[in-house]
Design a protein. Structure first.
Length: 199
């Protein structure tokens, strides 16, 4: 059975509680052929896509290496249901290029790691760029925004508003919450094959 919508905010004009649900989301939730339990269909919105398309390296604007992550925002102490967790876990694996175990504390690449960037075409830049995709992360708030929340968590770890800003700027590593360096990463040249297939 489809659960009722539970997220409301006060109307700025009159103070009445108003649903935050978008019309399309209500249509999906109430449609008898799109039931998540009966039909096994989970349509979850990607709350926010955070894309840092330019960093300054030594005072110079650099758009050749960019940063990306998907952010699921849960306000008013809401949490994810199991089917949404599974969907986002799968989505995280599909879009992630930066793997947890291949990074040092400051974002430096370790030797012989899996490639941490994907090369994609940027319409804005009119050229191919390297994109570092940090997958999916979950921000939970006790209220509606960082300003009125008593607490916030990032992937289950308590953070404050200043840390959230730094995470959204990719100054803190989205996985470890440690300091991250934004620098141009040179392409790793392919290894020279050994003659005669020797080890």
């Amino acid at each position: 059975m489809t659960p009722p919508w539970r997220e409301y905010i006060p109307c700025p004009a009159c103070g009445a509680q108003v649903s935050t649900e978008q019309p399309f989301d209500a249509w999906v939730r109430l449609h008898d052929q799109l039931d998540s339990v009966k039909d096994g269909i989970n349509i979850t919105d990607g709350d926010k896509i955070v894309h840092r398309y330019m960093v300054r390296t030594g005072g110079v604007r650099d758009k050749t290496v960019q940063y990306l992550m998907s952010l699921e925002v849960k306000a008013f102490e809401a949490d994810m249901k199991l089917n949404q967790k599974d969907t986002l876990h799968i989505w995280n694996q599909l879009i992630r290029t930066v793997h947890w175990k291949t990074q040092r504390d400051k974002g430096r690449f370790t030797a012989d790691h899996q490639q941490n960037v994907a090369v994609v075409y940027s319409v804005l830049n009119g050229q191919k760029i390297q994109i570092n995709s940090y997958g999916v992360h979950v921000l939970r708030l006790s209220h509606g925004s960082p300003d009125d929340s008593e607490w916030m968590t990032w992937d289950g770890k308590r953070i404050h508003a200043g840390e959230l800003v730094r995470l959204l700027r990719f100054e803190l590593h989205p996985d470890s919450l440690r300091e991250m360096e934004n620098r141009h990463h040179k392409k790793t040249p392919p290894r020279q094959p050994l003659l005669f297939g020797g080890g």
